[in-house]
Write a new protein. Structure first.
Ligand SMILES: NC(=O)c1ccc[n+]([C@@H]2O[C@H](COP(=O)([O-])OP(=O)(O)OC[C@H]3O[C@@H](n4cnc5c(N)ncnc54)[C@H](O)[C@@H]3O)[C@@H](O)[C@H]2O)c1
Length: 365
């Protein structure tokens, strides 16, 4: 095992999930949070996961106990001094993370690797808060981390290549499927998944279909298990609001849909009715718009070398349950059809057509 002793800071949704999956894969974990209550909650969630797996016969009771035995808790980062890898999963605020990294420096072995699970911040910026930015990278697990196999492994501007390769190996050794990613807002997956959800809200705002109709068309044209509104409700619209806002630096196409912008950070859900019907012409319009909102950012990512077509498709399939992964679907549709679908995006928002359009047909080869 590349890293056998791992520290996780933040015992919330993600930190506890990452601890759970690592404990199951034979890694010793120290889970740190600010209060003993938070640590105990994180550990209890892991125990519940293992106990349930044992009840379902997915592992023996002894294995469940052994997995849990690999996890310990602490409220002081000093407890992490023996760790080979530290994964930070605390609140998504740059200053809070920087303050933590500053405090952590004194407790690190020179060879310790530090990773952030940030979704929205630049890995290269956070790297400046640790003493040695060459030993810093992003390990972006997906929720629920205990079972979602995808991890985006993000190379910061100064990340050492050898260490980066070790982090990819570590993910494979711990039963994850790593996606090698450049440090770019939205990384490989949220870069297209969030705009696809945003486009669904634009369609609703423009009165082009109901939530149920848009969800049905998405299931039909992208082969998704659940449509964008159902998923947005599960993730919470305010999380989509933050995620889409984070993509703003990529340009005009990435601006927020009106409803998301207006409701901002408030707690609400989209109402999804029973009636998913719609006429063929409306369905076609919706399908084209949802595909365009997915294809355009994927083609841009390919131009920018954010991730490979194979990895983007793997992430779409495994992390998001897209039945038809974007590059595979574009290859299937062919260059002329993809140009027809994507052109309204470039015309409406004033973006250049991505060069990778010329490779459609053989994106995956
Ligand atoms: N929730 C998701 O779906 C998801 C997915 C991928 C990545 N992320 C990212 O993972 C990180 C954590 O998100 P989350 O959803 O688990 O948050 P969360 O609110 O569930 O948990 C955060 C935990 O960090 C603790 N914490 C805060 N400051 C701390 C500090 N200085 N030291 C130690 N512990 C501290 C909090 O007490 C809390 O228990 C964020 O950067 C987020 O963007 C979240």
């Amino acid at each position: 095992m590349t890293f056998s002793q791992v520290g996780i800071i933040g015992a919330g949704t993600m930190g506890s999930g990452i601890a759970t999956t690592l404990g199951q894969q034979g890694v010793s974990v120290v889970l740190v949070d600010t209060t003993q209550d938070a640590v105990d909650r994180g550990l209890a969630a892991a125990k519940k996961f293992y106990d349930r797996a044992a009840e379902k016969g997915k592992m023996s009771g002894d294995d469940a106990a052994a997995c849990f035995g690999r996890l310990t808790g602490a409220t002081d980062v000093a407890a992490l001094s023996g760790c080979d890898l530290i994964v930070e999963a605390i609140f998504e605020e740059q200053s809070v993370k920087e303050e933590l990294f500053g405090r952590l420096n004194a407790h690190l072995k020179p060879e310790t690797v530090v990773a952030t699970n940030t979704s929205a911040l630049r890995v290269s910026d956070l790297a400046e808060a640790v003493d040695d930015p060459t030993r810093f990278l992003g390990l972006h697990y997906f929720n629920p981390a205990a079972i979602n196999p995808i991890v985006e492994v993000v190379k910061g501007e100064k990340t050492d290549q050898g260490l980066y390769d070790k982090a990819l190996d570590f993910c494979r050794q711990t039963a994850k499927k790593p996606i090698a990613c450049k440090d770019s807002f939205g990384f490989a997956i949220n870069r297209f998944f969030v705009p696809y959800g945003n486009e669904a809200v634009r369609l609703l705002d423009e009165g082009l279909g109901s939530t149920a109709q848009i969800d049905r068309v998405a299931r039909e044209c992208m082969g998704v298990a659940a449509g964008p509104f159902l998923v947005t409700n599960l993730v919470k619209p305010k999380i989509m609001f933050h995620a889409q806002r984070n993509l703003g630096p990529h340009g005009a196409f990435y601006t927020l849909a009106n409803t998301l912008a207006e409701k901002g950070d408030s707690d609400y859900e989209f109402e999804i009715g029973e009636d998913a019907s719609g006429d063929a012409e409306a369905d076609k319009k919706i399908a084209d718009r949802l595909m365009a909102a997915t294809f355009f950012p994927v083609l841009q990512e390919l131009d920018e070398g954010v991730a490979s077509a194979a990895d983007i498709d793997m992430g779409a399939g495994l992390a998001l349950r897209f039945g038809k992964a974007p590059c595979e679907l574009m290859d299937e549709l062919g260059q002329d059809e993809v140009r027809r679908i994507v052109s309204p995006v470039t015309e409406t928002y004033g973006h250049a057509m991505p060069d990778s359009l010329s490779k459609v047909g053989s994106l995956r080869s």
